[in-house]
Ligand binder design. Sequence first.
Ligand SMILES: CC(C)(COP(=O)(O)OP(=O)(O)OC[C@H]1O[C@@H](n2cnc3c(N)ncnc32)[C@H](O)[C@@H]1OP(=O)(O)O)[C@@H](O)C(=O)NCCC(=O)NCCSC(=O)C[C@](C)(O)C(=O)O
Length: 289
Amino acid sequence: MSQEVHKVGDDDYADAIGRTQTTHAVIAADRVEALAATLDLESVPGDTGTVPPGWHWLFFNPFVRRSHLGPDGHPKRGGFLPDVKLPRRMWAGGRLVYHAPLPVGPTVARTSEIANVAVKNGSAGTLVFVTVRHTIAHDGAVCIEEEQDIVYRDAPAPGAAKSRPAPAPESAEWSEPVQPDPVLLFRYSALTSNGHRIHYDQRYVREEEGYPDLVVHGPLIATLLHGLATRSRPQQPLSRFEFRAMAPLFVDRGFHVEAARQENGDGLSLWAKGPDGELTMRAEAAFRP
Ligand SMILES: CC(C)(COP(=O)(O)OP(=O)(O)OC[C@H]1O[C@@H](n2cnc3c(N)ncnc32)[C@H](O)[C@@H]1OP(=O)(O)O)[C@@H](O)C(=O)NCCC(=O)NCCSC(=O)C[C@](C)(O)C(=O)O
């Protein structure tokens, strides 16, 4: 990463860079099966006894004590994650390398490091991007490497104009509809131990964060794109996946996950298309030969 600027106002985030944390999780079969049911799949896809790509987001999110939660329902900032003062947190994207399947059953370690903090100007004010580098290893062998981008934004200015998302591509070779009902959002929050109120607390999301309705989880959309990628190439294991969340999706507003062969490459380009045809997430997937 090349960004050098870690300051917003008087806050200097340089100290946070390089901070590490290790979390352990039992890769429990019942949780993996519960996600299959939540995604309305007949069974867990892929090889028996392994976690499908993207499903590792089920694990490693600790249930902290209630008194240690911040106003958004996430653990208070200033522990592992830097104490960014901007109130609205979103999952902005990530880059994943799948080295080996994550086995179901054992207790597995995830080591996390704050890789970068970048302050940028967005269309509606300051954005602070925190990039966390995760390594998930079992028995000394790395299974997954991931860089996760979390973005923090200012509260919306009253009457501020909304930025207009770009249209999604019209070149889909694969397209699947998704109906994000409140039960899907609730079950995904529960399964991923995610207390973020933007996914279930309608008063909070409207009054405090200024969104029109409950927000669909970024990792859920990325998981659905992973699923489309692996179904489109059943013979080839996924080796890399990168994605960027471009605009939010909301509860009860149907959207599509779509894919096409890459124009310049052997992999797939994928995206989520919102209810008005807008591009809400884009992704690239690479596969082993
Ligand atoms: C991120 C938003 C606010 C920026 O929107 P904007 O209009 O303010 O920004 P912009 O003007 O388009 O771009 C400004 C700068 O930011 C960069 N940028 C712009 N977007 C990204 C991105 N995604 N990843 C990395 N960089 C990004 C962009 O490249 C540019 O950099 P530059 O000045 O160097 O050229 C906007 O794109 C957006 O709303 N995206 C959708 C976010 C979303 O819906 N996430 C999923 C739901 S939140 C969630 O699931 C949460 C969870 C799971 O509970 C959880 O807490 O972990």
